[in-house]
Design a protein around this ligand. Structure first.
Ligand code: AMP
Ligand code: MG
Length: 367
């Protein structure tokens, strides 16, 4: 298949340029498109054959449900069996945005997007191109991240092309994604509010929105990725290997800059950095880190930095792109700087932990 790339302005998209992609979707084909989180691989959610094609092209296990992307809160509500004050509060606070709501679906919903579950996940992307594409299709789009299963999610059109060239008719390229990690997934089922995946909206923001409406519901935030082997994963996708580059991923730990640099120095002295190490560091420790590496005669290393201002956000935004860049340069090991769990730091650390747990036996190797 010949994959055509449609380059489009992210802020003021030209509808005429998107029409061929919308037509392809309506014919039952699948298309990669930008969102504010990561690039998605979309199909009209109502078309079971098209949805199955997403699973096939990604190599995604059938038991891992997909999120439906919608254009408005009014349309979002129509998937759910009921709508209450909690759903209303969360939707009005975070939609459109990097936020997915999972609740029980209506009885008549029978689509491979749910993977047979009684619940469905829906979100409204804030990206103007995604919104326009959904409008042009007139239907919600089922869309997981536009990577091959197990690979880091694509955060640019070029990264989506790297995985999907020749496999899909269109890739809509609107440049880099603003958030860079996937949406926050909240499940509101049977009176239990759970954070299934940290993402672009933090737990603090969610609690603040609920409290402002007098809704004092506890939010269960324990990371499903760390659940014991015998516990069923709460988001089916959590049991599979995720976000992992080819290189081994290590977390450069420490609560302070000094502690992180000390670990770096120790690891260099012990000769355990790897044959071709790569570093993902904040600007704040870049110079000292380089000085340490040069002092220890660590040659031929790769370095990508993120800004110190709003470091949580910057670290999350560039992580997947850094993973892919390091893989392209054939790095053996990636050392990524720890961030505290505040704001987007929780999403960043969640992706990093999963990527570094790639040799963990409880994670299947085929997602
Ligand atoms: P992706 O679209 O690749 O970012 O993955 C979507 C994530 O949402 C996966 O981890 C899924 O398991 C999870 N998910 C989607 N729908 C549901 C649902 N109804 N219940 C629980 N998790 C879901
Ligand atoms: Mg994914």
């Amino acid at each position: 298949m010949n994959t055509r790339v449609i380059r489009i302005d992210p802020l003021v998209p030209d509808a005429a340029a998107l029409i061929p992609a919308a037509q392809a979707l309506r014919r039952g084909e699948i298309v990669a498109f930008p969102t504010e989180t990561v690039y998605g691989l979309g199909a009209v959610w109502r078309d079971p054959e098209a949805v199955r094609e997403i699973f096939r092209v990604k190599g995604r296990p059938q038991d891992n449900p997909l999120i439906v992307h919608e254009a408005s809160i009014g349309r979002m509500r129509q998937y759910f069996r009921s709508w209450d004050s909690v759903a209303e509060c969360l939707a009005s606070a975070f939609c459109p945005g990097p936020f997915t709501l999972i609740m029980e679906h209506k009885e008549n919903i029978d689509s491979p997007v749910t993977a047979g579950l009684a619940t469905i996940g829906v979100r409204i992307p804030a990206h103007p191109v995604a919104q326009m594409l959904i409008e042009l299709c007139g239907e919600g789009l089922a869309a997981p991240s536009a990577n091959l299963s197990g690979r880091p999610s694509p955060t640019s059109g070029a990264d989506a092309l790297e995985d999907l060239d020749g496999k899909v008719p269109y890739i809509i390229d609107a440049g880099p994604c603003e958030v860079g990690v996937e949406s926050t997934i909240i499940s509101w089922v049977d009176g239990k509010l759970e954070l299934l995946r940290p993402g672009g909206i933090s737990a603090e923001e969610i609690l603040k929105a609920l409290h402002s409406q007098g809704l004092n519901i506890p939010l269960i935030t324990e990371d499903a990725g760390r659940a014991a082997d015998h516990e069923p994963p709460r988001a089916p996708g959590m049991k599979y290997r995720h976000y992992a580059p080819q290189a081994r991923v290590h977390i450069l730990r420490g609560e302070t800059k000094e502690a992180k640099l000390e670990q770096l120095s120790r690891s260099a002295a012990e000769g355990i950095l790897g044959s071709r190490p790569a570093f993902y560091l904040s600007e704040a420790i870049r110079e000292k880190a380089m000085w340490i590496l040069e002092g220890q005669n660590v040659a031929a290393f790769e370095l990508i930095t993120f800004t110190t201002e709003q470091a949580h956000k910057a670290a999350a935004q560039g992580l997947f792109a850094a993973f892919r860049a390091f893989d392209r340069s054939g790095c053996s090991d990636i050392w990524a700087e720890e961030q505290s769990l505040q704001q987007l730091g929780a999403a960043y650390m969640n992706r990093l932990r999963k990527a570094s747990a790639q040799q963990h036996e409880s994670l299947r190797n085929d997602y």
